[in-house]
Design a protein around this ligand. Structure first.
Ligand code: ZN
Length: 425
């Protein structure tokens, strides 16, 4: 090698070796004022109508729990169209596409995910209604705008020629909402092909730009079916009644004192059963939701509840005749979300708050129950952020978002900054 060649190779080595320092900014504050980031935001600005069109298109494809496939297929095509590689659907129904960074193939990566599912049943009218800059439809803010925003990010990064250090995996996942019980992310982190490579996980869920969810509220949900012999309301009077045990369970549950901090809650939410007004029922059921910011408090509440169920059954069997049979409880766990937390000092939590401040906003660290619960419970740094603009009435038929560009774009840019900080830091 002659001298100029050695020199050139040294320069190349230096440039590559020190890529984050010389090439691109790595902190949210530096990113916010960097030329490549500004050019990516300008690209989103120019692309904005398309992003809105994609929000509408995706919202109008119904995606009830366990029936996300149609929307997932459409989203998969959009991921491909946004220039991502390795676009695929996994065995659980999550769809994803990779944006390669400058790091080694198969190295650590950042996941940014929005959920495909809504809480609404299949027959719900999901036609988007427009009133000025306000769009209304079930699921539009939670979480369809997030899905479309991710596509906007992928295109803007290409347009601005940004190569991140780590790979970024863009994911549209299934099963975030209630009955889904986080099945999409559960699969992703238990069996998915990228599970070992996740350095940071970002869930984009819901509206707004200032919340950083770094705590995952854990929940346990039960359906308890109380069974008994049943009988005629008049003729069999005196026999045990499963509804007596159910009623006692609710009364005693509501005597439990839970701490305000860590916030711990319960709700007797759904009841059903019985056959007719003139019959002692042979079967009634109760559904209960219990949540806590702290796994220990949740476990305490859960065991108190289960104790109440058996005490109420015993009390009913002691209070009335069991000659035709006694009351029993069939206890079924119908929801189980692990609690978890990404400590405030973790880089992603610090950078997310910096990105929000750099946009002139005030960050708010908070707890919620989202897809991030799964990585948090595994000790993988994870946060959940909003998709930027204003919105409201999530989980209601009159759910809305405001797509006014001047108000939405700065918030969307915050999310992109957070993503870049995670991918370059
Ligand atoms: Zn959501």
């Amino acid at each position: 090698m002659n001298r100029p060649a050695v020199l050139a190779s040294l320069v190349v080595t230096l440039l590559l070796g020190a890529a984050p320092a010389l090439g691109q900014p790595t902190t949210a504050r530096e990113i916010a004022s960097s030329a490549p980031f500004r050019s990516a935001v300008a690209a989103m600005d120019a692309d904005y109508e398309r992003i809105v069109d994609e929000i509408v298109l995706l919202t109008e494809i119904p995606a009830p729990p366990f029936k996300e496939a149609k929307r997932a297929k459409a989203y998969m095509a959009m991921l491909r169209d946004a220039g991502l590689s390795d676009v695929e659907m996994d065995a659980e129904g999550n769809v994803m596409g990779l944006r390669r960074g400058t790091g080694p193939a198969g190295g650590s990566l950042v996941v940014i995910a929005a959920h495909l599912d809504t809480v609404f049943p299949e027959e719900t009218d999901v036609t988007v209604r427009r009133d000025g800059s306000r769009l209304m439809a079930p699921g539009i803010g939670d979480d369809t705008r997030g899905l479309a925003t991710l596509l906007g990010y992928a295109r803007a990064l290409d347009k601005a020629g940004i190569r991140t250090r780590r790979d970024i995996l863009f994911v549209g996942n299934v099963g975030e909402e209630g009955q889904g019980d986080l099945r999409g992310m559960r699969y992703f982190f238990a069996k998915g092909k990228y599970r070992e490579r996740v350095e940071t996980f970002i869930s984009m869920d819901g509206s707004g730009a200032t919340n950083v969810v770094n705590g995952g509220v854990g929940s346990k949900r039960y359906r308890v079916t109380f069974n008994g012999p049943g009988g005629h309301s008049f003729g069999a009077f005196g026999l045990v009644n499963p509804l007596g045990a159910l009623g006692q369970t609710v009364v005693d549950l509501y005597r439990i004192q839970t701490p305000a901090k860590p916030k711990t809650t319960y709700s007797a939410s759904v009841i059903g059963g019985g056959t007719s007004v003139n019959s002692i029922p042979n079967s009634v059921f109760l559904e209960v939701d219990m949540r806590s910011e702290d796994p220990g408090e949740l476990a305490k509440l859960e065991s108190a509840f289960l104790g109440i169920v058996s005490a109420s059954v015993a009390a009913e069997n002691a209070a009335r005749q069991t000659t035709a049979g006694s009351v029993s409880a069939d206890i079924k766990l119908i929801g189980d979300r692990p609690a978890g937390m990404t400590p405030p000092a973790t880089s992603i939590v610090v950078q997310a708050q910096e990105a929000i401040r750099a946009a002139g906003l005030t960050p708010n660290l908070t707890y919620s129950s989202t897809d991030s619960n799964i990585p948090m419970s595994l000790g993988i740094p994870a946060i959940t952020i909003g998709s930027g603009g204003a919105g409201g009435r999530a989980h209601a038929l009159d759910e809305w978002i405001d797509v006014d560009k001047d108000k939405s774009l700065p918030g969307m840019a915050v999310g992109l900054n957070i993503l870049l900080a995670a991918a370059n830091g």
